[in-house]
Design a protein around this ligand. Structure first.
Ligand code: NDP
Length: 281
């Protein structure tokens, strides 16, 4: 029977550690502050923003909420970011994605001061990750590394296959696994013989954005399977990119959805907020 990698428990440990660190900073007179900007009222985004605010409150991070109208112009949003960049009492700036179609996401991300880029999406943060310099790392892949390490799963020397090459998950994931001395393959929609490629993996990370696409035919006996996907099914239940019940019988360990990668993403955002103080001092 495969081991279930409990992201809720591991993220809980991390949050306790961060709570203690935030309290230490508070004792020194520093209140860590995260500014969260949401444009429009996308329902899923509102849930994510709400969860982030809750996590801040739990850890002892002050959160400033900016709920802007759907019609907000790019210039108005950039002006707000500029103001927050300049504020000494703001340590992290997060713009909830996706943004309305009339706003250029990459311009907005690039406008955030890299020292406050707690999502780790700024080109400078990505470059720092690539070259091994200090900077913020995208929260979902950083959370997956923590999940593997804290579950006692060795990465060094292992065949790691990442399915998906997005800027926020697949690419930074591949880089982080490389820094951990994994042997990394990145697969995507143009990959030939995907099943064969995926079956090479000792550690298979799936971020394809396709509900339950990955069945046991993609998984080597004994592999560790990390499911990044999150989808709501017709019956309103959540599922991942992996067919959990099917893959369970061949893998050695697997993350559930919900309760796997999701809670780790928020925990790592909180980690980046706490770390921002060191980066800025
Ligand atoms: P994107 O849609 O940006 O990227 C999907 C990637 O999968 C692309 O690189 C695409 O390839 C590849 N892909 C799509 N179809 C196939 C296929 N049939 N075979 C092989 N590769 C394929 O998604 P994200 O990276 O943003 O997110 C992935 C999933 O993770 C989503 O379900 C998302 O909701 C979830 N997610 C969960 C988070 C969490 O905290 N749990 C955080 C972030 C995302 P190509 O580049 O060639 O198009």
């Amino acid at each position: 029977m495969a081991k279930i990698i409990d992201g809720k428990a591991v993220s809980g440990q991390i949050k306790e550690e961060l709570k203690a660190k935030a309290a230490e900073w508070k004792e020194k007179g520093i209140e860590i502050t995260l500014a969260v900007i949401q444009v429009g009222k996308d329902a899923a985004s509102s849930v994510y923003v709400g969860n982030k605010k809750k996590a801040c409150a739990y850890i002892g991070i002050r959160s400033l909420a900016y709920e802007l109208e759907e019609e907000t112009t790019q210039e108005e949003l950039l002006a707000l970011i500029d103001e927050l960049n300049g504020r000494k009492d703001v340590n992290g700036i997060l713009v909830q994605l996706p943004l309305p179609a009339h706003i250029d996401e990459s311009k907005v991300i690039s406008a955030i001061d890299p020292q406050k880029d707690v999502d780790g999406f700024h080109p400078q943060s990505v470059g720092a990750l690539c070259t091994g310099q200090a900077g913020f790392v995208s929260c979902t892949p950083a959370g997956i590394i923590q999940l593997l390490k804290r579950s006692g799963i060795e990465i060094a020397g292992k065949e790691c296959v990442v399915i998906g090459r997005s800027n926020i998950v697949g690419k930074p994931m591949a880089l982080l696994l490389l820094w951990e001395n994994g042997t990394v393959t990145v697969a995507h929609s143009k990959t030939e013989n995907l099943k064969e490629v995926a079956r090479r993996a000792d550690i298979l990370i799936v971020a394809v954005g396709k509900p339950q696409m990955i069945t046991r035919e993609y998984v080597k006996e004994g592999a560790v399977v990390i499911d990044v996907g999150i989808h709501r099914k017709e019956d309103n239940k959540l599922c991942g990119d992996v067919d959990y019940d099917d893959v369970m019988s061949v893998c050695s360990a697997i993350t559930p959805v919900p309760g796997g990668v999701g809670p780790m993403t928020i925990a790592m955002l909180m980690n980046n907020c706490v770390e921002s103080i060191r980066l800025q001092s």
